[in-house]
Design a protein around this ligand. Structure first.
Ligand code: HEM
Length: 468
């Protein structure tokens, strides 16, 4: 990009505080808002709120420029920052040298070899969940996925059985996500103000902290490295010999709890919902599971062969990216598309709009896992598909998440399929993450266990009259 910006400020939607508060954010439809802007103004649009300038960018190359070519010129946006009481200085929200040090300490816990050891736990917890499920029963799949991924994160990253705390922690995390996601509240109401909502938030944080500090104390006392992330962080030493304080450990732990379980749960919830509406895709998935696993419990070694399964997840993350949008604040002047982006202004972009752009995808609104069968991924500009972000701040847990999603999908889809409850609305709520606002209610239908070479899955509509 050239160094002297010729253009002043790009055309964009009406600004002003009032428009902003009563418009895009009011009805919880930022998705529609961003889509509308991309359609109307193209790859770059400008928005002014009071004296704050926001550049809304929608071209993969501009996004790459911000995340990969100039990451040092940008810090995380205000919404995440406003949640500091929750995240503290954890990986997601910290900056600069402090962030880099923490990232280096945490990185080994996410190396492929290390997370490979988590596969068995992921399957085991999924099977435990299935033991509770009964044919014909109605459940909220989103709740089920939230419970499952919370337990998996607790066990794999903290070696703690959060089963006994699951209810408490789960409820508190839910509240944090719900309140933290209220953009207007987060931006305009200071967290120290003792409003009823802030007090509820405070109570929820304290409940989680209590559990986390207990886990940290137990670990310090036992001195045992169980191979989990928390043990690694506890043992990690800086060059000067200093170790992480309990507060630092708490910040990392709560960040991983939040960043690591809800995103994957959302991805799975959307996947079940998409599958339940598409008998052909579902049948193809079942056929693959049958031929590769033949009723056997999946393991990590099976994943390279579960190609269609992974395309289903890739496609689900395209249409319903759990991290649907990203924001940054410029800390130095920059230039995008010939416009000057002055220090202090915001830059935003949305996976949601880029992933549904017909310049990159045929029939972008359709759920078609097959589109990933060829070399589409290679042909696309790097940031036409970026569910895990990119550059130095890209998701540390992407391999963990993909492995977890595939193992859970394979384990469950072998045994159950779902019939959506008629009349139950499944609609996206775009808060910090993208989740089904009212959950995904479905009736469980158990599937017959079949061996690989037996009767291939010709009955995707199997109504499951098997006795259990
Ligand atoms: C489908 C599941 C997931 C999705 C879609 C997702 C998405 C993302 C995205 C887009 C970012 C970058 C945010 C930004 O640039 O502002 C991110 C960062 C992060 N994610 Fe994930 N994530 C997922 C699962 C996980 C899991 C399982 C973990 C941990 C176990 C995790 C931990 C983190 C952390 C710690 C960061 C901050 C990294 C840093 O700044 O150094 N995520 N995630």
């Amino acid at each position: 990009m050239g160094s002297s910006a010729k253009l002043k400020f790009p055309p964009g939607p009406p600004g002003g505080l009032r428009t902003w508060m009563t418009g895009p954010l009011k009805n919880g439809d930022p998705l529609g808002y961003f889509t509308g802007i991309a359609r109307k103004y193209g790859d770059i649009a400008g928005l002014r709120i009071l004296n704050f300038k926001i550049f809304l960018i929608n071209h993969p190359d501009y996004i790459e420029d911000v995340l990969v070519n100039h990451p040092r010129k940008f810090i995380k946006g205000r919404i995440l920052k406003a949640n500091k009481r929750v995240f503290g200085d954890g990986l997601l929200t910290s900056e600069g040298d402090f962030w880099l040090r923490q990232r280096r300490l945490a990185q080994p816990a996410f190396h492929r070899a290390r997370i490979a050891g988590y596969g068995a736990t992921m399957v085991e917890y999924t099977e435990r969940l299935l033991d509770e499920w009964r044919h014909g029963e109605e459940r909220d799949l989103h709740k089920e996925m939230m419970r499952l991924t919370l337990q998996i994160v607790g066990k794999t990253l903290f070696d703690a059985d959060v089963e006994r705390d699951a209810h408490n922690v789960g409820k508190s995390l839910e509240l944090l996500l719900e309140l933290g996601a209220d953009f207007r509240r987060t931006i305009f109401i200071p967290q120290w103000l003792p409003t009823p909502t802030n007090l509820r938030l405070e109570l929820a944080i304290r409940r989680i902290e209590k559990v986390l500090y207990r886990i940290i104390a137990d670990k310090r006392a036992s001195g045992r490295d169980a191979g989990d992330l928390l043990s690694m962080l506890l043992a990690a030493q800086d060059e000067d010999g200093s170790r992480m304080t309990d507060k630092q450990l708490r910040d990392e732990a709560i960040t991983l709890f939040l960043a690591g379980h809800e995103t994957t749960a959302n991805t799975l919830s959307w996947t079940w919902w998409l599958l339940a509406q598409d008998a052909a895709v579902e049948a193809k998935l079942h056929a693959e599971l049958e031929s590769v696993l033949g009723g056997r419990t999946p393991s990590l070694e099976d994943l390279p062969k579960l190609v269609y399964t992974s395309h289903v997840i890739t496609e689900s993350l395209r249409l319903y990216p759990a991290a649907w949008g990203t924001a940054r604040t410029a800390i130095e002047d920059h230039e995008i598309a010939g416009y000057k982006v002055p220090r202090g202004s915001g830059v935003s972009f949305a996976q949601w709009t880029v992933h549904r752009d017909e310049r990159w995808y045929d029939a972008p609104e359709e759920f078609r896992p097959e589109r990933w069968e060829g070399d589409l991924m290679k042909r696309l500009p790097r940031f036409a598909y970026f569910p895990f972000g990119g550059g130095p701040r890209q998701c540390i847990g992407s391999n963990f998440a993909l492995m977890e999603a595939a193992l859970i999908l394979a384990t469950i889809a072998q045994k159950f399929r779902f019939r959506l409850v008629e009349g139950h609305p499944v609609v996206p709520l775009a808060s910090i993450t993208l989740r089904p606002r009212y959950g995904v209610r479905a009736v469980l239908e158990s599937r017959p266990v079949r061996s690989g070479d037996a009767d291939s899955d010709r009955k995707p509509q199997f109504s499951g009259q098997l006795p259990r």
